[in-house]
Ligand binder design. Structure first.
Ligand SMILES: C[S@@+](CC[C@H](N)C(=O)[O-])C[C@H]1O[C@@H](n2cnc3c(N)ncnc32)[C@H](O)[C@@H]1O
Length: 233
């Protein structure tokens, strides 16, 4: 379990460096992973979309560009410094509404069944009580709605696992020290990833929160994982 104040303070500190560090750590692949995820939403034609733990709004931005059906995007994050860097508050497409909420994932300020779709990019790992936050996601999603959770993971192939862990545990904190002047924040990343339930274990947690059995897709052999969750129609 995470300490909510420490997590908030961490994202407050790294907000100005967040986007650049993501590009550096993933060699720009994180954008492709979000784009792949958003395209999964196309057949569902969502109108009202929640980007939870939205941070600097990368998921919301891709959704605004790739999903013509979307009429309103709600960006929710606990840390105003992250949200302040999210896309322009003016609609970038005629008729598209942007809503910004500083709020906690454990207690969302929306009525039940409000959203057609939810995206969460690298957020769930940071929640203090994941089961409660997943239940909240399930509550605000409409029956038949879809939620996409993109999270860090760990490869299982022995060679790739070792190489990746060296990269993640030593090189990423080095990048953090160099470019964000914050080694501790980028040491938290591999540590919180190692402590996070991956793959089937995470899907089981989602089922406990009320979602129907979900599925996942691996990127970089499991270093990043896209979970697809549905609420019973
Ligand atoms: C790693 S960033 C992800 C940002 C963005 N979704 C992305 O894909 O890059 C995690 C975000 O989760 C937010 N967060 C952490 N705990 C939260 C909570 N309990 N409720 C809402 N947001 C939270 C942090 O403030 C931070 O902006």
């Amino acid at each position: 379990m995470q300490n909510p104040s420490a997590v908030a303070a961490l994202f407050q500190r790294i907000a100005p460096h967040y986007d650049r560090m993501n590009r550096l750590m993933t060699l720009g692949q994180d954008r492709k992973w979000r784009r792949y995820a958003v395209k999964r939403l196309l057949p569902y034609q969502p109108k009202r979309l929640l980007d939870l733990a939205a941070g600097t709004g990368d998921f919301a931005r891709e959704a605004s560009l790739l999903l013509p059906s979307v009429e309103a995007i709600y960006l929710v994050d606990r840390v105003p410094e992250m949200l302040a860097l999210a896309p322009p508050k003016k609609p970038n497409r005629s008729g598209l509404e942007w809503h910004f909420h500083v709020a906690d994932a454990h207690q969302l300020p929306f009525p039940a069944s409000y959203f057609d779709a939810i995206t969460v990019g690298y957020g769930v790992r940071n929640f203090a009580n994941r089961l409660q936050a997943l239940r909240e996601m399930n509550r605000v999603l409409r029956p038949g709605g879809i939620a996409l959770v993109l999270e860090t993971g760990l490869p299982t192939h022995p060679l790739w696992k070792t190489l990746f862990w060296l990269y993640f545990r030593f090189y990423v904190p080095f990048l953090g020290a160099l470019f964000a002047r914050d080694k501790a924040a980028y040491t938290y990343l591999p540590e919180s990833t190692a402590a996070f339930p991956h793959r089937e274990a995470f899907l089981y947690l989602c089922q406990q929160a009320g979602f129907v059995p979900g599925s996942y897709k691996l990127f970089w052999g499991g270093a990043s994982i896209l979970y697809e969750l549905h609420k019973q129609a």
